[in-house]
Design a protein around this ligand. Structure first.
Ligand SMILES: O=C(O)COP(=O)(O)O
Length: 234
């Protein structure tokens, strides 16, 4: 008999189920994710967005009501249940320093953040990374392809998602991660199967176990087609 083995899908939002420009959710991709939940899998958003946006998307979209937001800095499991992992003050201090070196660095208008600082993608991210490293600031700077994020060191999508894995006593082989940017690479490392979409930069694609051609939305559906055999147990 062929059975489905329950998996936990760790799904990035921007550039994976939405296009990075307009931010509209691809309805076919959302329907596919909802169907996975109906089959008994967990589908959890792991995103650079606020965890409230991701949680609300899970409620209205019909996926698992758990969100890892702020690039792993916060876990939301209910309207009034938030676990903070990152240290926002360190990120603010690092941003103040960055502005003295790169005056064009500005905050992106986003929903309120409790653990990080989010910036517009209007300067050389590698220069920013170098400045943080040279000055031993206790933060990281990453590019989600949608925004730059300053997170306190040790906070990334993997540290946030590990909390979820512990919650469900899940193992590496239970996890399927799908994403498109350098912020998803730590998540790829936790997952037995990882899929990078066609719009992911080359170095991100090289870190995934599977790459697909399609971009956001279409790529997400292609990713699910590519992993479907992994859902079966004889
Ligand atoms: O940077 C963001 O806010 C969105 O990021 P995501 O691609 O991780 O969903």
């Amino acid at each position: 008999m062929i059975l489905m083995k329950p998996k936990i899908f760790a799904i990035d939002i921007d550039g994976t189920i939405t296009d990075n420009k307009g931010g509209r959710v691809d309805l076919d991709a959302l329907a596919a994710l909802r169907y996975l939940v109906k089959l008994g899998h967990k589908v959890i958003y792991v995103t650079g967005r606020s965890s409230v946006e991701a949680y609300v998307l899970s409620v209205f979209g019909g996926t698992t009501r758990i969100a890892v937001g702020e690039n792993g800095g916060i876990i939301t499991t209910g309207p009034a249940e938030h676990k903070l992992i990152g240290n926002k003050q360190k990120c603010i201090d690092a941003f103040e320093f960055l502005k003295t070196k790169i005056p064009e660095a500005i905050e992106k208008p986003v929903f309120p953040r409790l653990t990080e600082v989010v910036l517009e993608r209007n300067f050389d991210v590698n220069l920013g990374k170098k400045l943080f490293a040279e000055n031993n600031l206790d933060v990281t700077l990453t590019d989600s392809q949608y925004a730059y994020h300053i997170n306190s060191k040790g906070v990334d999508k993997a540290s946030g998602f590990l909390e979820i894995m512990n919650m469900f006593s899940a193992k590496k082989e239970d996890i399927i991660a799908i994403g498109d940017s350098e912020t998803d690479v730590p998540l790829f490392k936790l997952a037995g199967t990882s899929v990078a979409l066609g719009n992911a930069p080359q170095d991100v694609q090289s870190k995934a176990t599977i790459t697909v051609q399609g971009h956001a939305g279409d790529g997400m559906i292609e990713a699910l087609e590519a992993v479907q055999l992994k859902l079966l147990v004889e």
